[in-house]
Design a protein around this ligand. Structure first.
Ligand code: NDP
Length: 253
C-alpha cells in the first residue's frame, strides 16, 4: 500500500494492541506510538512485554500501560476485569488491534488434534470475542473508534492442512462482519487485515523450509495498519484488507 500518513496521524489516540510482545503486534505498537498514539500493550509473556514497553519509553518517554492476559485461559470475567482496570486509566479507546493468534497444527483434518483445535478456537475466536465484548463500552466512547481483527488468506479460502487455523480465521471474518453491521450507525468501524506471509516466528513455524528473507517484514506492512487506525479510513467498515495485495498465498518460492 502506498500511503504517506501525516506524522501526527495518531496524536491523542489511545490504541490497544494484543500480541504486542512479538512479530506484527510488536511492530504495530511501536509504529502507532511513533505516529503519536498512546499505546496499551497486551500479551502473555511478562518479560517480552516489559521489553517492548521499555523500548517505547526509550523512544517516546513515559511508560506505556501493559497487561498480561493469556488468551488460552482467558474467561469473560478476566476480560471484564481488564476492561475495568483500563477504564480507571484511560477515558476511552480509539482503537483495538486484535493481533494475537495461535497457529495450531498444520496437518490434514483427520490428524488435527482435538485439544489443539479447541486451543486455536479459544485464542483466535473465543477470547478475541470476550475481549471485544468487554472493550466495546470504552471503544464506543471514542468519536471515531477503529476495531481491527487479524485474518489470513485461509480465512477467506480454505486450504488443505490449515484446519483449525483456517476455521478460526473464517470465524474472525464473520465476527468482523457482524460487528460492522451492528455498529454502522455509530462511531465505530470494524475491519480485518490479512497481513499475508510475513517474517515472524509464526510464519517460520508454519513454513520451516522457507527462506525468511523472501518475506516482507512486519515493518513493511505498517502503512495499512496505520491507515486503518487513523482518520483516513474513517468511513470504511465491514471490509477485509490485504496488507500485501499482490502476494500469492502460500510458500514464497
Ligand atoms: P507471532 O507468533 O510472531 O506473534 C504472535 C503474538 O500473539 C505474540 O505476541 C504472542 O505472544 C501472542 N500470543 C500467542 N498466543 C497467545 C496467547 N495465548 N495469549 C496472548 N497472546 C498470545 O505471530 P505473527 O506476528 O506472525 O502473527 C500476528 C497475527 O497475524 C496473527 O493473528 C496471525 O494469525 C496473523 N497472520 C500472520 C501471518 C504471517 O505470515 N506472519 C499471515 C497471516 C496472518 P508471545 O510473544 O508470548 O508468543
Amino acid at each position: 500500500m502506498h500511503y504517506q500518513p501525516k506524522t501526527d496521524l495518531l496524536q491523542n489516540r489511545i490504541i490497544l494492541v494484543t500480541g504486542a510482545s512479538d512479530g506484527i503486534g510488536r511492530e504495530a505498537a511501536l509504529t502507532y506510538a511513533r505516529y503519536g498514539a498512546c499505546v496499551i500493550l497486551l500479551g502473555r509473556n511478562e518479560d517480552k512485554l516489559r521489553a517492548v514497553a521499555q523500548e517505547l519509553s526509550g523512544q517516546h518517554g513515559g511508560t506505556p500501560h501493559w497487561f498480561t492476559l493469556d488468551l488460552l485461559t482467558a474467561t469473560p470475567q478476566d476480560c471484564a476485569s481488564l476492561a475495568q482496570k483500563l477504564a480507571g486509566l484511560v477515558p476511552r479507546l480509539d482503537g483495538v488491534l486484535h493481533n494475537a493468534g495461535m497457529l495450531g497444527d498444520v496437518t490434514p483434518m483427520e490428524q488435527q488434534d482435538p485439544q489443539t483445535w479447541q486451543n486455536v478456537m479459544q485464542v483466535n475466536v473465543n477470547a478475541t470475542f470476550f475481549l471485544t465484548q468487554a472493550l466495546l463500552p470504552l471503544l464506543l466512547k471514542s468519536d471515531a473508534g477503529s476495531l481491527v481483527f487479524t485474518s489470513s488468506s485461509v480465512g477467506r479460502q480454505g486450504r488443505a492442512g490449515w484446519g483449525a487455523y483456517a476455521a478460526s480465521k473464517f470465524a474472525t471474518e464473520g465476527m468482523m462482519q457482524v460487528l460492522a453491521e451492528e455498529y454502522k450507525q455509530k462511531n465505530l468501524r470494524v475491519n480485518c487485515i490479512n497481513p499475508g506471509g510475513t517474517r515472524t516466528a509464526m510464519r517460520a513455524s508454519a513454513f520451516p523450509a522457507e527462506d525468511p528473507k523472501k518475506l516482507k517484514t512486519p515493518r513493511d506492512l505498517m502503512p495499512l495498519y496505520l491507515w486503518l487506525m487513523g482518520d483516513d479510513s474513517r468511513r470504511k467498515t465491514g471490509m477485509s484488507f490485504d496488507a500485501q495485495p499482490n502476494r500469492k498465498p502460500g510458500i514464497s518460492e
